[in-house]
Design a protein around this ligand. Structure first.
Ligand SMILES: *Cc1c(COP(=O)(O)O)cnc(C)c1O
Length: 369
């Protein structure tokens, strides 16, 4: 018997078009590269699962991931790149724990469930104000940055750049008088950004840039220095900025490094942004083309990453999702809290997937419209 571990070609061919909101689709060339070096990393003699996080091999992987992020985003020396655990949800707590001192308050822009959760954690620790809310619109519409009522004394303003559940997105970088902390989990690295307004950006990797298990945190040194003293060691951003304190999520960082390499090859953030606009544009055009599909988000607030829509009845929505699944169009049901349908078009989703979805929508409307 052949002892080599191989991934059957039939399984590669069995990959559907994956519209999952997260963990989401990853680039096939990345998955194939991982497969190829899974038994042993080149020149190392052991797999990525079996090496010390203090080995040269991991040190190089982490350094390369940082360097790629620096190149892709144009990060200067004032930015620190951290690979943390606990998911984006841990950041909801860690941000106020570090930056909301007694006597201070922080501002929150509430644009959906994730933002509500971030606000709740801040209020466990101190005073947090709502600077703007989209709740009255059922989170279909984003309050424009110009309408935010920002307290100029706030320790920071927290926002969610892309609302994964509702399909709304701030597609430009707001400017406010205090440092912005952004939960960019579901649109991180989907377009070039202007870093000036931000003090800290965090993103759970499993939406757009890797597998579950790592959160990428970018923190500006000047903002980092405003954190409180006496924090629990592991929850102090300063611990991770200073050194490799404990075992990082080695495999997740390894995959992220490969995805970042793929992004560079695809033309960087400008290249991927162009493709993302094309993909979402085609799908929104199809949604707007007839009264059969009802786009959920208000036009001005539409996300390029998560496209949400409804049909006339829940029964029809269920039929849509299950027939789509049977045709290899995966995970189109909306979030359990919002219902409806949702197509997530993350960076790694190929344009052919959108073509296939649009063709399915034409056919579904012809049969049920
Ligand atoms: C998925 C998601 C989260 C939660 O991420 P976890 O890593 O599961 O904690 C937070 N914010 C946004 C915008 C998300 O899409």
């Amino acid at each position: 018997m052949d002892a080599a571990i191989t991934f059957p070609q039939s399984l590669v061919q069995a990959r559907g078009h994956n519209f999952c909101a997260g963990p989401g689709v990853l680039p096939l060339p990345v998955i194939e590269a991982i497969r190829d070096e899974l038994p042993a990393l080149p020149g190392v003699g052991a797999s990525v699962f079996e090496i010390s996080h203090r080995s040269d091999a991991y040190t190089e992987i982490a350094a390369s991931a940082r360097a790629r992020l620096q190149r892709l985003l144009g990060l200067g020396d004032e930015w620190l790149v951290l690979f943390l655990q606990g998911g984006a949800s841990m950041q909801f707590h860690q941000v106020p724990l570090n930056f909301l001192a007694p006597g201070q308050s922080a501002d929150y822009v509430v644009t959906g469930v994730w933002a509500e959760k971030a606000l709740k954690e801040a209020r466990l620790l101190g005073e947090a104000r709502i600077a703007a809310s989209g709740e009255a619109s059922g989170y279909r519409a984003l309050p424009s940055a110009e309408s935010w009522e920002v307290d100029p004394e706030a320790a920071y303003l927290h926002m969610t750049s892309n609302n994964t559940i509702y399909g709304t997105e701030y597609r430009t970088d707001p400017s406010v008088p205090v440092p912005i902390v952004s939960d960019a989990s579901s649109d991180f690295l989907s377009r070039p950004i202007d870093l000036d307004p931000y003090g800290l950006i965090y993103a759970g990797a499993q939406k757009n840039i890797g597998p579950a298990g790592v959160v990428v945190v970018l923190v500006r040194d000047e903002f980092l220095q405003t954190r409180r003293a006496g924090l629990p060691t592991l929850l102090d951003y300063g611990t991770h900025a200073a050194r490799l304190f404990h075992t990082p999520p080695v495999f997740a960082v390894y995959v992220v490094e490969k995805v970042l390499g793929w992004l560079e090859e695809e033309g960087g953030l400008a290249g991927i942004a162009e493709r993302n606009e094309r993909k979402a544009g085609r799908l929104y055009d199809r949604l707007d083309a007839s009264g059969f599909y009802h786009p959920f988000a208000e036009k001005a607030s539409r996300s390029l990453m998560n496209v949400t829509f409804r049909l006339a009845t829940e029964e029809l929505e269920e039929r849509f999702a299950s027939e789509a699944e049977a045709s290899g169009l995966l995970a189109l049901a909306g979030h359990r809290s919002a219902g409806g349908l949702r197509a997530s078009l993350y960076n790694a989703l190929p344009e052919e997937a959108v073509s296939a979805l649009v063709a399915f929508m034409d056919d579904f409307e012809a049969r049920y419209g």
